[in-house]
Design a protein around this ligand. Structure first.
Ligand code: NAP
Length: 449
């Protein structure tokens, strides 16, 4: 990737110094600073009044203890986080992640990315993120409920429909949002639907929210392929992960005529040349809360399960990394390129390392960065907020159409911006620059606050 422009070097040094050890956060900041050098040269006013420094410093960072009692009666302690990164465009908006790897640096990288992603949607939402180092795996439903209630007991002081509106992320789906919404309602004595998104359909949720991130990523990549007069029809696709984003990416790509031949979880991956059976995958992951190895057992005649090795060694036309950050490295990128990949779409947040992104861009592979390609989830969350505010409920078709239109706009905004700055076809630069300009304009307009 390009080097940080010299005028931005002191800002990056300060970020490193002030946020020591937070490597994922450094990586996310670095990628944006790499992209905006040209913007600052063309329009120095974006760098005046410390606009960039303000974007790099969260408005607030909340860390709290989450005590709860497990099924054996033992007290467990976790650490909870919520980072309100930037609210120049609207209330903080971004998901909650429950995973043992969660720490402040990971939440800050996700919150930072969220600022630009949310700006790209064109909707009035700021950027934030939260979560806890809680591991839901192997926990009973009652343990998960007690954890969610304790987490919300503290979080409830900091959120609100005009302040901060959390949603789901890794380890947090509709069930967890339900437990947290229930606790919020109990504590505040208010049925404040707009305080959380990703709710169930019968209690204030939006149609297509569950599907939105995966469907949105598929819409984005289809449009990107379209710039080369291509599409998903007949393409072999590899999708990593088998959670919310991966499942609905697989579903939409299959509807578009693509053949998804592999997916994964943190224990291994499955390759099935005839195409993954999405209905069976949903049944195992969403209903039975099982593992991908259970899927492989059900499909032993057609699927092969690998407990080790890299899913990215599977030859494919399109790769959609949709599990977690830094899951696809430079070596994986070379394997994909050597096997003839033509497009990569990030369903997860920052799943490709900087070396991998560089390799794809240099090889001329169409590359859709997560902050653009996976923005469909947060965009549909904003549609959920709109429906809550107007006490309205749209049909599946209407909501999906709106999502498709938003993804097209995001795609075109990234492509056009990259071209304007002499970087045609570079969606990383296009997304970072377009998102940055929208936020920087709002920050300047609101004064030094
Ligand atoms: P999820 O439903 O919890 O699924 C996560 C999937 O990724 C699971 O299959 C999980 O496997 C796998 N995974 C997690 N950590 C892993 C690791 N260290 N190595 C290998 N596999 C791993 O979460 P999700 O909502 O799909 O989120 C996936 C990604 O999309 C994340 O980067 C998230 O930030 C991003 N994203 C999500 C949304 C959304 O609306 N949900 C929106 C935008 C972006 P195990 O079950 O084995 O852990």
């Amino acid at each position: 990737m390009a080097d940080v422009h010299e005028s931005l070097e002191p800002i990056y040094s300060q970020v490193l110094q002030r946020n020591a050890g937070e490597t994922e956060f450094h990586q996310a900041v670095r990628e944006v600073l790499d992209s905006i050098g040209r913007v600052v040269v063309k329009n120095p006013s974006y760098a005046s009044n410390a606009v960039i420094e303000r974007i790099c410093e969260p408005e607030r960072q909340i860390i709290f203890r989450v005590p709860w009692v497990d099924d054996r009666g033992d007290v467990q302690i976790n650490r909870g986080f919520r980072v309100g990164f930037n609210s120049a465009l609207g209330p903080y908006k971004g998901g909650l992640r429950f995973h043992p790897s969660v720490n402040l640096g990971i939440i800050k990288f996700l919150g930072f990315e969220q600022i630009f992603k949310n700006a790209l949607t064109g909707l009035p939402i700021g950027g934030g993120k939260g979560g806890a180092d809680f591991d839901p795996k192997g926990r009973s439903e009652m343990e998960i409920m007690r954890f969610c209630q304790s987490y919300m007991t503290e979080l409830s002081r900091h959120i609100g429909e005009y302040t901060d509106v959390p949603a789901g992320d890794i380890g947090v789906g509709q069930r967890e949002i339900g437990f947290m919404f229930g606790q919020y309602k109990r504590m505040t004595n208010r049925y404040e639907s707009g305080v959380l998104t990703g709710k169930g359909l019968t209690w204030g949720g939006s149609r297509v929210r569950k599907e939105a991130t995966g469907y949105g990523a598929a819409f984005f990549v289809e449009r990107m392929l379209g710039t080369k007069s291509n599409n998903f029809d007949g393409k072999k696709v590899v999708v990593s992960g088998s959670g919310n984003v991966a499942i609905y990416t697989i579903e939409k790509i299959t509807q578009m005529g693509g053949r998804v031949i592999a997916c994964s979880d943190s224990d291994g991956y499955v390759v099935e040349d005839g195409g993954i059976d999405c209905e069976l995958l949903k049944e195992i992951k969403e209903v039975k809360r099982g593992r991908l190895s259970d899927y492989a057992k059900e499909r032993k005649a057609t699927a092969t399960y690998y407990a080790s090795g890299s899913i990215w060694n599977t030859p494919c036309d399109v790769a959609m990394p949709s599990a977690t950050q830094n899951e696809l490295n430079g070596k994986d990128a070379l394997a994909l390129i050597n096997n003839g990949v033509i497009a990569v779409g990030e369903g997860a947040n920052m799943p490709c390392t900087p070396e991998a992104v560089k390799a794809f861009l240099e090889a001329g592979v169409l590359f859709a960065p997560g902050k653009a390609a996976n923005a469909g989830g947060v965009a549909t969350s904003a549609l959920e907020m709109q429906q809550n505010a107007s006490r309205d409920s749209w049909t599946f078709e209407e909501t999906e159409q709106r999502l498709a239109a938003i993804m097209q706009k995001i795609h075109d905004r990234c492509a056009r911006t990259a071209e304007e700055y002499g970087l045609e076809g570079n969606y990383v630069a296009g997304a970072n620059i377009a998102g940055f300009i929208r936020v920087a304009e709002a920050i300047r307009a609101l004064g030094v606050i």
